[in-house]
Design a protein around this ligand. Structure first.
Ligand code: IFM
Length: 438
């Protein structure tokens, strides 16, 4: 066992992750409907260089070769998301079987290669028609999500073992409805909080639907980091509490304990905002989970005046590199919530160095991955129940508001030729996994 992985259990699993809108392209074929990202990315100024996911990595057309690529890394698990508007174009009503067939072929191809498909139902691409009807601030969207979960399960439930309902609801709510930096681009805090509750309700309804069909590996994925105070000054301590409340506890507490945190509810009330809870909702939301997916990129130190830079090295996203924050987050989740965890995303964007023979020497990424996998191992040695690690991302892709300029891939994508080239980090990751096997 290498120093990086020391302490990880023998059955710890490794994988890579992607999401539909970021890689698939093929935005208008085989009956796919529009999603909020199709619409938002066409809004002037919404995405860097006016880019969008129309073509992306053309994965929809290159899927068989991409599955070969995934298998060549030696991973046991591939996490992907299903595009809701591809399988149910308007977000309600009948299924689009041509769209669903794509995922059926993907799942078959993965299984044939011995790779376990890990399916996420919602990675931010809400059907535009549902947004037009009110989006996540509207309660009905949660019921539409339950229906969609059932339709996907009808088609893939015989072969997909692990089901994740939502990816990073914080981004859907705070970026999508509060800051407007993500689709649908609204800027209303009260709507964002309504979206929090309806996303969680949608999660719970879908979880019950999947449970009733016998799914036994079920979870949700949250993006989280450690939030600490810059000093003992009460304003700094309070800023850290608020960030942790809106970042972590507003999701984890209802999911695990069936109640929203009292301090967060009080903060909201002070702003004249409330969560639209109806009797019985919290019992639905706290349907037992088998796993919580953790997406970790960075941590933050807060003062009354905002986030305080620690002067640490940053990735191309400007995010500070804080592996210790990863260890403390995982230990804290274990202590406060006691649920099994899987790292469903971790990785970094860097301005990769391409050398003359076309090789990509991304030593920054190797170092980031190595320090963060070590951080996971340290948490496991400290008692955290972490079962697997999925690197973000399999390949460079559409990084939302940043377009194609930010590259998170282990595999480089040349967007003009769609050629894929393993970066040094991919080779490093493959070797790490194969050393563990032997
Ligand atoms: O690319 C995103 C992904 O879609 C969700 N988690 C964070 C990644 C990097 O920003």
């Amino acid at each position: 066992m290498s120093e990086v992985t020391a302490g990880l259990p023998d059955d710890f699993f490794w994988g890579v992750a992607t999401s539909a809108y970021q890689i698939e392209g093929a935005w208008d074929v085989d009956g796919r409907g529009l999603s909020i990202w199709d619409t938002f990315s066409r809004r002037p100024g919404a995405v860097a260089n006016g880019e969008n996911g129309d073509v992306a990595c053309d994965h929809y057309n290159r899927m068989p070769a991409d599955v070969e690529l995934i298998a060549s890394l030696g991973v046991s698990t591939y996490r992907f998301s299903v595009s809701w508007p591809r399988v149910q174009p308007g977000g309600r009503g009948p299924v689009n079987s041509r769209g669903l067939d794509f995922y059926s072929r993907l799942v078959d191809a993965l299984l044939e290669k011995g790779v376990d498909p890990w399916l996420t139902l919602y990675h931010w691409d809400l059907p535009q028609e549902l947004e037009d009807a009110g989006g996540w601030p509207l309660r009905d969207t949660a019921y539409r999500f339950q229906e969609y979960a059932g339709l996907v399960h009808d088609a893939l439930g015989d072969r997909v073992r692990t089901w994740t309902t939502l990816n990073e609801p914080w981004c859907s709510t705070m970026l999508g409805y509060e800051s407007g930096r993500h689709a649908p681009g609204r800027t209303n805090f009260s709507e964002a909080m309504r979206a929090v509750h309806h996303l969680l309700l949608g999660h719970g309804l879908a979880a019950r639907e999947l449970r009733s069909r016998g799914v036994s590996s079920l979870g949700i994925t949250l993006n989280m980091g450690s939030h600490s105070a810059a000093s003992d000054d009460p304003a700094d301590v309070d800023a850290a509490r608020v960030a942790d409340g809106l970042g972590t506890r507003i999701y984890m507490d209802p999911l695990v304990f069936g109640r929203y945190p009292a301090d967060v509810v009080a903060d909201l009330a002070a702003r004249g905002v409330s969560l639209p809870v109806v009797d019985g909702d919290l019992a639905v939301i706290s349907t037992p989970l088998d796993v919580v997916g953790v997406n970790y990129y960075t941590s933050h130190v807060h003062s009354g005046g905002g986030v305080v830079s620690q002067g640490l090295p940053v990735t191309a996203m400007g995010w500070e590199i804080v592996p210790e924050g990863f260890t403390s987050l995982l230990l804290r989740l274990q202590r406060d919530y006691g649920v099994p965890l899987v790292i469903t995303e971790n990785g970094a964007a860097f301005d990769d160095l391409v050398v003359e023979d076309g090789r990509v020497v991304d030593l920054d990424r190797v170092s980031y991955l190595s320090s963060h996998i070590s951080a996971v191992a340290a948490a496991v040695r400290g008692g955290a129940d972490v079962r697997g690690y999925l690197a973000w991302s399999l390949m460079d892709n559409f990084e939302w508001g940043y377009g194609y300029g930010k590259r998170f891939g282990l595999v480089a994508v040349d967007y003009s030729s769609q050629e894929r080239v393993l970066k040094q980090s991919a080779v490093w990751y493959r070797d790490l996994i194969s050393r563990g096997r032997s």
